[in-house]
Write a protein that binds this ligand. Structure first.
Ligand SMILES: Nc1ncnc2c1ncn2[C@@H]1O[C@H](COP(=O)(O)OP(=O)(O)OP(=O)(O)O)[C@@H](O)[C@H]1O
Ligand SMILES: [Mg+2]
Length: 237
């Protein structure tokens, strides 16, 4: 593991709360989360289904806004960003990997990755170079011209990972990235995530059901229950 404990605070949530109103019922998805994540830390988030894990990731990534409480990333309160700055934060500051790969079916692996760069204004030679580098990083150079239907699940998730890191975001958010994969393939994807974290110095927050896997790669593990943080531990070496 790295020396994440020595790093400065990168993400700070205070009394972070997200309620959903469904008809007349209120769902308290997150209930006052105080969480610090250090720069370059690899944090794993565990918790049973419905405990608020995805809600937390969405709030950290600026995909959703809190009902109350705050999220500060790199010293900036996300609530203080205007719509343009918020979009910029999502597109340049954050990379997302989900359980489903969300690749564009009609595009090749390389084009899927390039598309992410287009969205943030990188074109031409530089775009080609960065896309090739990202695809090399996940070991899929020989599959660059394949469309998603011509790739295995594990390969598709590696393309999704390449797309998430192609712009070298400071923060990588992964929501059950191995949820659809068999154990061996999952281990490969996790190893790639871990290497990315190490090589690029990315701060990683990963949601998983798999405690053993979390312990293998994370610096620290936290657990959510009913929208609250209930447990925190340093990952076993
Ligand atoms: N858009 C929504 N509208 C209403 N309730 C929601 C919405 N999204 C999530 N919830 C509720 O908020 C709670 C937390 O959901 P969340 O998706 O964060 O859980 P999770 O820990 O990611 O679960 P899983 O492991 O199944 O993915 C759940 O009770 C869920 O039903
Ligand atoms: Mg979820």
């Amino acid at each position: 593991m790295n020396s994440a404990n020595d790093g400065e605070v990168f993400i700070e949530t205070r009394k972070l709360t997200r309620q959903y109103q469904v008809g007349s019922a209120k769902v308290q998805a997150l209930d006052g989360i105080d969480l610090n994540v250090r720069r370059r830390e690899f944090l794993a988030v565990l918790g049973v289904s419905g405990s608020g894990k995805s809600t937390l990731l969405h709030l950290l990534g600026g995909l959703d806004t809190p009902t109350s409480g705050s999220v500060c990333v790199d010293g900036r309160d996300l609530a203080s960003l205007n719509a343009y700055q918020r979009t910029l934060y999502r597109r340049t500051g954050v990379g997302f990997v989900f359980q489903s790969y969300y690749l564009v079916p009609s595009l090749t692996a390389e084009e899927n990755i390039s598309l992410a760069l287009t969205f943030q204004g990188t074109f031409g030679q530089q775009r080609r170079r960065q896309a090739a580098e990202a695809i090399r990083r996940v070991g899929l150079t020989h599959r660059a011209g394949h469309r998603p239907s011509q790739l295995s699940g594990g390969e598709q998730q590696r393309v999704a990972l390449a797309r998430a890191i192609v712009h070298a975001p400071a923060l990588l958010l992964a929501d059950e990235p191995t949820g659809n994969l068999d154990e061996a393939t999952a281990a490969e994807v996790i190893a790639l995530l871990s290497r990315t974290h190490r090589d690029l110095g990315t701060t990683v927050v990963m949601v998983t059901h798999n405690r053993e896997m979390a312990a293998r790669v994370a610096d620290r593990i936290v657990r959510l229950r009913d929208g609250r943080l209930v447990d925190e531990e340093a990952a076993a070496p």
